[in-house]
Ligand binder design. Sequence first.
Ligand SMILES: *Cc1c(COP(=O)(O)O)cnc(C)c1O
Length: 487
Amino acid sequence: MEQFEKKAVLNFNFSESERNTIVQSVISDLETIYSAPREELKVSKVFSKEKAKDAANAFSFNQTNDAKKVLLHTINGIKGHGVQVTHPSYLGLFNPRPNFPSIMADIINSYLNPQLAAWSHAPYASEIERLVISEFCKKFGYTEGNQDGTFCTGGAESNLTAVLCALQHRFPNISEYGITNYDKLPTIYCSLESHHSIEKAARIVGLGKRSVVKIPVNEDLTMDTEALHDQIKIDKNNNNYQPFMIVGTAGTTGAGAMDNLEEISKISKEEGLWFHVDAAYGGGIIVTGIKDLMKGVESSNSLTLDLHKFFSVPMATSLFLTSNTNVLHQTFGVRTAYMPEDGDPNTVIDPYVHSIQWSRRFIGLKIYLPLAIFGWEGYSKMLSHQIEMGRVMRKFLKENGWTIKNQSELPIICFTHPDLEKDYSLVQSIVDQINDSGETWMSTYPIKGELTLRVQIANYETQVEDLEKFISFLSKTLKKNLLTNTY
Ligand SMILES: *Cc1c(COP(=O)(O)O)cnc(C)c1O
């Protein structure tokens, strides 16, 4: 036995007491940030590339460095040189404050590293994922025997999975010959307000941007379904196109518009097209009192649901659900000799033949734990609170002279002010000043060609007092800008 090899391995592992000390100091630092009083933590600030780069270059790889020092430096780096999305005054881009059980899930996963490529490597974890998939299918109204799905890393991967499944369904030979073998361009239909990951998916599968047909929207920014149907009929009569898929968006990213899923479902049935619902963000309402806004979702062929948005789970967690129980296997069923065979594919599902990923993390644990601890009821209350905060925000804005520009039940508010309608260039400048101040972080969104201010509530800890503070700061910033302007 060569002595030096054994020693190297031991150093890589740290001693149990070293690990205990490190875990305690890391968790204590993280807890200080996670539970910091609102006043103590800035949401954002003016970031410097120089300073961020210096911080990133603090340790040389050509020497060993003290573990505790490296870890604490990393935490401070993330805290000091980045937007604090877990702060109750962060009013930005769907990024949630992760709930505590789901944080524990990430820790458990990293310690034990269960491998979910093949069922036989992780039967318990695999069965938990199947359970959660079937429970979510039920929520969205997929009937028993018509429930399938897979966990993905985010809405973009879920939407890519949808495009692949829709192609497989329409062109069964695709797994053998690919899609080079067509004379009419397969086309996907979605609204002008839909998410750009659909376009990205079209690029990835080799169809290109041209294959995504963007349908105009109504006054309320939902897809104009008459225009949709007309366009499909026109394209079917055109020798250059062959429609295969419609994507309805349940809660658009910019303004929270809910496409009319019932109407889209009818059209897709009539025209024989795959109906996918992109409910990445808005799908959360299915556990709340306003779930009827998603009526029609039950007759969709597939669905995207991000859990790292409305469901307050850490990044890289989403679902792809489908009511077609064969399509995932048809699309991804690549078997190899070196992977374990799990016998009857009717009773056991190997995730690696059921999805894009091969080696895979136990993603499902991040939603299983909060569900097992809080239950649907807990989630319903938490999401309803955020929806309620959205309503309060709309009310406060109106009371303070602001004009709401989008119609949505979701906590996404796009707004402007009569004084800004004279000069839209001020909108971006005001938002930049607000974000630089560190009081909050918000975005802008163009509605019908006019830039609006946009806030979105993704934090279950955001309370009325945070909204009041925001409105007061917003109004002050507006006033300051109007005063320094010439009119
Ligand atoms: C956020 C979003 C996506 C993309 O999801 P990621 O999780 O960021 O990959 C897709 N569609 C809609 C409607 C979204 O809001």
